[in-house]
Write a protein that binds this ligand. Structure first.
Ligand SMILES: C[S@@+](CC[C@H](N)C(=O)[O-])C[C@H]1O[C@@H](n2cnc3c(N)ncnc32)[C@H](O)[C@@H]1O
Length: 192
């Protein structure tokens, strides 16, 4: 049985792309030079995979349950000459990431933390991050009207995400201001 997160399907790519300035978001959440390997949970079209891969000499593991999404990311890796992107089809809820413990410098969970078992996913991120590694979370705001995003009933607030992150072991959780580049979203950054 697959365990695709509830309300995690993607709309048409151009529409999705209209909500973000991914280069700026990645500069703010991961920095301009990412020191080491990165894992992305639920990469979708690779909107954030590509700018991340440009900012690290390490590898970016991009996982998604949907083969079409993984194909799309692989094509972008070829088109933009980013051989450090490794896109794989995987149900990380049912199977985990399969990535070695304490091996990653950064883990990204973008537009996905409304899934059924957020703390279990955050624990998997914690397991595979190096000591002192970083977790970034991006999600749709629920305090203003937004053109897209999961139902408000399941959409977590930043405060809820912080509690889940703390519950999974993360510390030094900070809010990252994205008002100018990404008005419908909030960003959080935490340390393992
Ligand atoms: C709303 S999209 C966000 C994509 C990307 N993070 C972004 O922000 O542009 C969530 C993605 O997570 C994937 N996903 C949902 N459940 C998953 C699971 N159990 N294992 C792997 N991928 C999953 C979906 O297929 C989808 O591409």
């Amino acid at each position: 049985m697959t365990m695709k997160g509830r309300e995690s399907g993607m709309p048409e790519e151009a529409y999705w792309a209209s909500f973000f300035e991914p280069e700026v978001i990645i500069d703010r959440l991961l920095g301009t030079a990412v020191p080491g390997d990165v894992i992305e949970f639920g990469c979708g079209y690779g909107s954030f995979t590509v700018p991340t891969a440009r900012r690290t000499t390490g590898r970016v593991i991009a996982l998604d349950i949907e083969p079409e999404m993984v194909d799309c990311v692989r094509q972008k890796a070829l088109a933009f000459d980013l051989p450090n992107i490794q896109a794989d089809v995987r149900d990380f809820v049912a199977q985990g990431t399969g990535v070695d413990s304490e091996s990653q410098a950064h883990a990204m969970i973008f537009n996905l933390l409304h899934l059924e078992h957020p703390v279990a996913l955050l624990r998997e991120a914690y397991r595979i991050l190096q000591d002192g590694g970083a977790l970034s979370v991006l999600h749709w705001r629920s305090d203003i009207p937004t053109p897209r995003g999961p139902s408000l009933a399941i959409r977590p607030t930043p405060e809820q995400c912080r509690r889940w992150m703390t519950g999974a072991g993360f510390h030094t959780i900070e809010s990252v201001d994205l008002q100018d580049c990404c008005p419908f979203h909030f960003g959080l950054l935490a340390r393992r």
